[in-house]
Design a protein around this ligand. Sequence first.
Ligand code: 5GP
Length: 204
Amino acid sequence: MQEKGLLIVLSGPSGVGKGTVRKEIFSQPDVAFEYSISMTTRKPREGEVDGVDYFFKEREEFEKLIAEDKLLEYAEYVGNYYGTPIEYVQQTIATGKDIFLEIEVQGAKQVREKFPDGLFIFLAPPSLSELKNRIVNRGTETEELIANRMKTAKEEIEMMELYDYVVENDEVKLACSRIKAIITAEHCRRDRVAERYKKMLEVE
Ligand code: 5GP
């Protein structure tokens, strides 16, 4: 039987830099895992391409997919739906490849319930004031929205306990190499490789 791939979830508070870290990881040539492209009802930002950055959907289409159970998880975030198409995740894992999800924390919680033996990595800000600076520097949000985001971020940081690893995003390149190291280590865990060795001995 084909050994299953790992389901890797990168999550963390809003504004922490999940998207930047994920893009940096996938820009590196030695990455052997697949990216799960999410669906969203938010409008594309400049430069974003449908089917590359996201699958952009209308609300009705998204709600239909929810009703048909086609999403591994979904969440409503700042007025828009975001979700992970289940089929690609299942196919990828079944062929023995790892799949990498970059999602917000409500979705990560749902995945944890469905895939308890996935690898859950929490990307943490170096400090809350740093997080606030990053959100303000984006320059796209109002004061009220910033205050709301900060409150959410504090709550999200308390959610760290659902995760296997915490990676501080002090520097994007450092965060990426920590994440890659975690994935490499996870593949060497005894409980993940024991079955393979047992089978090898059966052949002898
Ligand atoms: P943005 O609109 O900035 O691209 O993403 C907003 C938030 O949605 C980010 O925290 C991102 O990680 C999260 N996100 C992206 N795709 C998904 C998804 O499929 N499911 C969930 N739950 N969150 C997602």
